[in-house]
Design a protein around this ligand. Sequence first.
Ligand SMILES: [Zn+2]
Length: 283
Amino acid sequence: MLNNLLKAIYVPDHEDPLVALSKTTHLAVGAHQDDIEIMAIDGILACYQNADQHFTACTVTDGRGTPRAGAFENVSDAEMAEIRANEQNKAAEIGKYAAQVQLGFQSHQVRQPDFKGLADSLDQLFSHTRPKIVYTHNLFDKHSSHVAVALRVIEAIRRMSPETRPEKLYGCEVWRALDFLPDEKKVLFDVSAEPDLQSALLTVYESQIAGGKNYEQAVIGRRIANATFQDPYQPDQASRISIAMDLSPLIRNDDLSVPEFTRALFKALETQISQTLAGLLGQ
Ligand SMILES: [Zn+2]
């Protein structure tokens, strides 16, 4: 299995793959090519040109099912998988990642509970990286492959011994923004730095932009909107903000179920809205 993981690794500065993995302090695990650059910009920026912190990205699926249009309309599944893998590796170069892992699974495999291939790969990934901070999809994402990846990451971390687990696990925004969460339930990342790098990491996905999905404008716009709409009473504290759901309680307490955790988030939102309404209605 280690051999399979090594075959799936691209190391932008060509050092030994195991050495590159072992330097990792920040790890992001996303379903598709481009998810990392959309959701884990906090980790990319924290490690960019930083001698002490190193970012590793893991993309779980192979990009075969990508919708296509324009110049990419007649591209086969196999060609599309190669195009997307190359785009992802280019992003890893631009962002100066320590390593880019592409596991190449198909979406239906990822969504299948107890699929051993992914579990084994994630076990290997975590044992060779030992990150402090991990970014993945949030549990309210509307793309089922994204939620599946988040669940598999939680399961993999729970298989680690408690003293080797990451300190933090964040569920980040892709196919659902997290601005609606109550403020005390949100993690805000100030991602104002390196605006040109942020755009370069998203415009590298030509196959997506040509296919009618301008993620560069949408993602940068979301970050700017998050910054402005955080506090109605204060001037903006940052020019760009990325929001996450703190999933760390799920990797500290193995008895906390995912449905129980998500219900508590809904309950906090419901309580906040109900209290505001009750106060204004004099009830
Ligand atoms: Zn995705």
